[in-house]
Write a protein that binds this ligand. Structure first.
Ligand code: ZN
Length: 40
């Protein structure tokens, strides 16, 4: 499971695939960046 962080609002979304948009603020997917998990 990857964590996608919204650069607009800072909301983190946990999803296997990149979400189409931020659920919190509706920012487009290019605002979502993959966040490295704690362990590799
Ligand atoms: Zn957002």
């Amino acid at each position: 499971m990857a964590v996608w962080k919204c650069q607009e609002c800072g909301n983190a979304v946990e999803a296997r695939c990149k979400p189409g948009k931020c659920k919190a603020c509706g920012a487009s997917k290019d605002k979502l960046v993959k966040e490295a998990p704690a362990q590799k």
